[in-house]
Design a protein around this ligand. Structure first.
Ligand code: PHE
Length: 354
């Protein structure tokens, strides 16, 4: 071979190798390229071997060129290899065993409603379907609304029913009028003060009590208040409404029981229970072997409370209730510790996804 055809051959090999390399998109193809060009029987290797057949005086220059071609292609090969390793695609990998495209994909985790939120929404929906409007109110409340206007005067022993978290702001007269609301009942007053009867509201929201926590007590929990005021509202309306609620949440067969209880802002006051859905009233662990489960406090709005907001108790009457949202959720889902709701353990929270 003379010098010209040797150099042309070298040139052709280089062009072909480089253009082939740019097309390569997988490590498998890259490996066969390497074997074709730089392998033991590859074209570049053949070029180097061919040097010995050239006239002696040309060998030096041709050899130098062939060697730099080999080095240049090796460098390009390395660069392309690291490029492919960083950007492997299903197409580029599917020829190897490293990726099984028939495997099921990974699940994408999606968030879900917190069980308390889900329960609150479900409960409010039931009352909305009966004509109640869902509203919310402040969590930092005035003593007046949390207690006084609810017929709980200062120094009244009934205040002990609610252990309060006071806001550290003492007025010049020594009074501390702000606290974290201990129940959602202040919204009864705020609602009646801001509108005329008829009133039908349901008020979900956070409430706070200065209490030690255990399986059934949290210092922060969620209540759902309800209030209906109109002409001719009787205890029968209270019973009918709350019984219907119990059936919609706990099942068609549920019976409700109303027994006397005391809350300063209602007269008469009642504790509302349902017959145990677990044992059908026979007695079990869920109902503490009584056959009944208490689900809320309720009663007819006290005439003094109506008077206080400017409603004439001779014309208007009403009923109110207050229930713990977590308690309802615990009963519905068989959860035995209220602290689960606020510990943010994903394994717990996940169970309630719909
Ligand atoms: N606010 C009462 C409580 O927190 C519950 C209640 C509300 C009772 C409305 C009667 C009427 O214990």
């Amino acid at each position: 071979m003379d010098q010209d055809s040797y150099l042309k051959l070298q040139d052709d090999i280089e062009k072909e190798a480089v253009s082939a390399l740019t097309e390569i998109a997988s490590l498998v193809d890259l490996e066969s390229w390497r074997v074709d060009q730089l392998g033991r029987n590859g074209k570049v290797t053949g070029l180097l071997r061919g040097i010995s057949e050239l006239p002696v005086d040309l060998r030096r220059e041709a050899g130098g060129k062939a060697n730099s071609l080999k080095n240049a292609l090796t460098e390009k090969y390395q660069a392309h290899k690291s490029y492919l390793e960083g950007h492997s695609t299903i197409e580029s990998e599917s020829g190897t065993n490293s990726l099984d495209v028939t495997l099921p994909g990974r699940n994408i985790e999606s968030g879900t409603l917190h069980p308390t939120t889900a329960t609150v929404r479900e409960i409010c929906k039931v009352f909305e379907s009966m004509g109640f409007q869902t509203i919310e109110g402040p969590e930092v409340e005035l003593d007046t609304y949390n207690f006084q206007k609810l017929n709980i005067p200062e120094d009244h022993p009934a205040r002990d029913m609610w252990n309060s978290l006071w806001i550290d702001r003492v007025l010049p007269d020594g009074s501390r009028p702000l606290l974290l609301r201990t129940h959602t009942s202040p919204m009864q007053i705020r609602t009646m003060e801001s509108q005329n009867p008829p009133v039908r509201v349901v008020v979900p929201g956070k409430t706070y009590r200065y209490e030690a926590t255990d399986a059934t007590h949290e210092w922060q929990f969620c209540q759902i208040e309800g209030l209906a005021v109109d002409k001719d509202i009787t205890f029968a309306d209270l019973k009918g409404t709350l019984e219907e609620f119990a059936r919609r949440i706990f099942g068609d067969k549920r019976k409700a029981r109303f027994r006397c209880d005391f809350f300063p802002f209602v007269e008469p006051g009642a504790e509302v229970s349902i017959d145990c859905f677990k044992c059908e009233g026979r007695g079990c662990r869920v109902c503490g072997h009584t056959g009944w489960i208490e689900i809320m406090g309720a009663g007819m709005v006290h005439p003094k409370v109506l008077e206080g907001v400017g409603y004439d108790p001779e014309i208007y009457s009403g009923f109110a209730w207050g229930m713990g949202a977590e308690r309802i959720a615990m009963l519905k889902h068989g959860i035995d510790d209220i602290r689960q709701f606020y510990s943010n353990d994903v394994r717990f929270l996940k169970q309630f996804s719909r």
